[in-house]
Design a protein around this ligand. Structure first.
Ligand code: CU
Length: 347
C-alpha cells in the first residue's frame, strides 16, 4: 500500500468521525430532557411514533455523515498546495450525466422508501385498527387555562384524566376559547383543540401509571399552568375513581369535590389558592363568588375593566349549571373564600 493510499484512508476515517460528532452529541442528550427520541411506551400509538422517528433519523444520520464526510475530505484533499500559485485555476468541468443521474435517483429512492414506511405505519399511530367496540369516549375541552374532561355519563374531571388500562379510548378534543393542543408524549402525539371543531384522538393505554403532558400551543399568559396528567388505572379502580367525580345531579361529597377541582383548576391559578390574589386581583369573600347570576355572567363573559391591568377570560364557557353550583357550594364551605353570612349577592 502506497503512502498516498494510507493518507487517503486515514483522512476518510477522520472525516467520517468529525462528521458524526453532532449526531453523537445529540444521542447523548440528557435523559431528563426527554433524551433524543420521543417518549412513547405508554401505548401502541406512542411506540409507533417512536419507531418511525428512529427509522427516519437513522436514514438521515447516514446521509448526513456521508455528505459531511465527503465535504471534509474534499476540503482537505483538494486544498491549494504551497507549490501552486494563488491565481492558478482548477480544471473546468461541465456536466457529468452519469453522476447527475445517480445523485437524482438515490435521494428519490430514499424518499419513496420513507413515504411507504410512514404511510404503512400511520394506522398504528392513529390507533384506528383492531376491535374498538368497547371504546371509551371522553370529551376534552381546552380552556384558558385548564383542561376539562367529560365522561360519557357526565362525570367531570379537571386537569387530571383517569383512564382504564387496556381499553381503547377516543378523545373528542375541542376548545372554548383560543387554540390549545392536547399532548401527553408517552401515550401518543399531540392534537389541536380548536373552538367550533372536534378533533378525534385515539389511543389504548397499555400499562398502568401516571403520564404527564399538557398544552402544546402557546395559548396565553398562563399557558405554562395548563399541564395535564393521565392516570392509567385498573378497570376496577377506574370505576371507583369515576364514582368519586362530580357528575350530573350530584350533591354532597362529589359535588364538593367537583367544586374544589373547579376552583383549583379554573380560578386559583390566577386568584391564588385562597383567593388572596396573584395574576388576578384578590377575590376572597366577595359576594359575586356565591351569587349564581353574577358569577355565571362573570365566568361566561369574562371581565376586562379598562382601568384594571389584565383581563379575566371567560373560564366557565360550556359549564352546566351543576358545575357552577358545585363551585358556589365549595366556596361557601371554604373559610378563606366564603363571604360573610348573609352577604349572598352584590358586593
Ligand atoms: Cu393552552
Amino acid at each position: 500500500m502506497g503512502r498516498r493510499t494510507v493518507v487517503v484512508i486515514v483522512a476518510a476515517v477522520a472525516a467520517l468521525g468529525l462528521a458524526a460528532v453532532p449526531i453523537l452529541l445529540a444521542l447523548a442528550a440528557p435523559a431528563d430532557l426527554g433524551g433524543l427520541a420521543p417518549a412513547g411506551d405508554g401505548s401502541p400509538s406512542g411506540e409507533a411514533i417512536n419507531e418511525l422517528y428512529w427509522f427516519v433519523f437513522g436514514i438521515c444520520a447516514v446521509v448526513f455523515v456521508l455528505v459531511e464526510a465527503t465535504l471534509v475530505l474534499f476540503v482537505l484533499r483538494f486544498r491549494r498546495r504551497p507549490e501552486t500559485a494563488a491565481e492558478t485555476e482548477g480544471p473546468q468541468i461541465h456536466g457529468n450525466t452519469r453522476l447527475e443521474i445517480i445523485w437524482t435517483i438515490i435521494p428519490a429512492v430514499i424518499l419513496v422508501v420513507i413515504a411507504v414506511v410512514v404511510l404503512a405505519r400511520s394506522p398504528a399511530v392513529e390507533a384506528t385498527d383492531g376491535d374498538r367496540s368497547n371504546e371509551l369516549v371522553v370529551r376534552v375541552e381546552g380552556h384558558q387555562f385548564y383542561w376539562r374532561y367529560v365522561y360519557p355519563d357526565g362525570e367531570i374531571a379537571l386537569d387530571t384524566l383517569v383512564l382504564p388500562v387496556g381499553r381503547p379510548v377516543r378523545l373528542e378534543i375541542t376548545s372554548y376559547d383560543v387554540n390549545h393542543s392536547w399532548w401527553v408524549p408517552d401515550l401518543t402525539g399531540k392534537r389541536d383543540a380548536i373552538a367550533g371543531q372536534v378533533n378525534d384522538l385515539r389511543l389504548t393505554p397499555r400499562r398502568e401509571g401516571s403520564f404527564d403532558g399538557g398544552c402544546a400551543e402557546l395559548c396565553g399568559i398562563l399557558h405554562a399552568v395548563m399541564p395535564t396528567t393521565v392516570e392509567v388505572v385498573s378497570e376496577e379502580e377506574f370505576g371507583d375513581r369515576l364514582g368519586a367525580l362530580g357528575g350530573q345531579d350530584e350533591s354532597g361529597d362529589s359535588q364538593l369535590a367537583l367544586g374544589e377541582a373547579t376552583w383549583e383548576a379554573s380560578c386559583a391559578k390566577c386568584h391564588g389558592p385562597e383567593g388572596a390574589g396573584d395574576i388576578g386581583p384578590p377575590v376572597a369573600r366577595l359576594g359575586t363568588l356565591v351569587d349564581e347570576e353574577a358569577l355565571r355572567e362573570l365566568v361566561t363573559e369574562g371581565l376586562d375593566n379598562p382601568d384594571v391591568e389584565g383581563y379575566m377570560p371567560p373560564v366557565g364557557r360550556g359549564w352546566p349549571d351543576f358545575q357552577l353550583q358545585a363551585l358556589i357550594e365549595y366556596i361557601r364551605s371554604n373559610e378563606a373564600l366564603a363571604p360573610p353570612e348573609g352577604d349572598g349577592g352584590g358586593r
